[in-house]
Design a protein around this ligand. Structure first.
Ligand code: NCD
Length: 309
């Protein structure tokens, strides 16, 4: 892969996506070993710079870096000098002065990782920027879909919930479009807007209208932190109209895959029996996340050719 950064899937080609997913498939084996480490990125420095909370994404990147033998350092906004009023540019200049090879960034402002990528020589991976993109999540989602469905061309993926404020949905929309999948969106009008429709993307609103045709149902959390209070429905009302429970799932194909990027609000967008049920591949998504992030660190930093040596 020839790029310096991974900021979003909007401009990533089908061949690049396939290369990332293939590399990730090869790296999966490392996490199954007793000694989960290869020397591929020995001596390379990876910094995770997080201005928003995270459990899965942070741990997943940390483990990916460690399993490739890179040196990883974590900076979280809550404990950094950002709290003392330092600007993002100054924080980045200081990190740059310590010679990192790659910075993984999460920020509440769309475009923050792009600013870093433009101004510095180190590689940047976007780990979520506001409502814009979260490319590594969409890649691990696509790897999980591919494991079960093979080629994604012509497959139907329903994305349900707060689609508009979801960077996970946006990256999936771009990636799935590139892979030739068909996307059906459903959710309340304020969270699933008609203008999101486009080539290969249909907006349907009601969950029942997307379930029957779906090979995959991706459920999303309401992004409460990104919504004005007045726009928030009550949890009960939301669960009734847009949540997925066993009764609604019965309308879908019995081979449908249920996905969720986490964190799940149990009883709101997903009932516990569906979240933990036999159609759920949510834990596979988490496992695949480590492999996808190993692949990206490897491809962006140009590790040795033998990926799993
Ligand atoms: C998502 C995020 O932060 O965008 N979580 C994740 O990275 N797996 C989704 C969310 O917060 O709802």
């Amino acid at each position: 892969m020839k790029r310096k950064d991974l900021l979003g899937l909007r401009d990533v080609s089908r061949d690049e996506i396939l290369e990332i997913l293939e590399t990730a498939s090869r790296f999966r084996e490392v996490s199954k070993r007793r000694i989960k480490k290869v020397p591929t990125l020995r001596g390379r420095t990876v910094v995770t710079l997080f201005f928003e909370n995270s459990t899965r994404t942070k741990v997943s990147f940390d483990l990916a870096a460690k399993r490739l033998s890179a040196d990883g350092v974590h900076i979280s906004a809550g404990t950094s000098a950002v709290k003392k009023g330092e600007t993002l540019m100054d924080t980045a200049r200081n990190i740059d002065a310590m010679a990192p090879d790659l910075v993984i960034m999460r920020h509440s402002c769309a475009g923050a990782p792009h600013m870093l990528a433009r101004n510095f020589d180190f590689s940047v991976i976007n780990a979520g920027d506001g409502i814009n993109e979260h490319p590594t999540q969409a890649l691990l989602d696509m790897l999980t879909m591919q494991d079960h469905l093979g080629d994604l061309e012509g497959k139907t993926v329903a994305i349900v919930g707060d689609v508009y404020h979801s960077r996970v949905a946006r990256s999936n929309l771009y990636g799935l479009r590139t892979m030739g999948a068909r996307v059906l969106l459903a959710g309340p009008g304020t969270m699933c807007r008609p203008e999101m429709a486009g080539p290969g993307v249909e907006v349907r609103h009601k969950i029942d209208e997307v379930l029957e045709e779906a090979d995959v149902v991706m459920m999303l959390r309401i992004q409460r932190e990104r919504l004005p209070r007045a726009m928030l429905p009550t949890s009960r009302e939301y669960a009734h109209l847009y949540g997925l429970d066993s009764a609604k799932l019965a309308r879908a194909s019995d081979r449908v895959l249920v996905m969720h990027p986490g964190p799940i609000n149990r009883g709101v967008e997903l009932s516990p029996e569906v979240a933990d049920g036999e159609r759920s591949v949510i834990m596979e998504q988490v496992t695949n996340g480590v492999a996808v992030r190993m692949a990206l660190l490897f491809l962006l930093l140009g590790g040795s050719d033998d990926a799993s040596a």
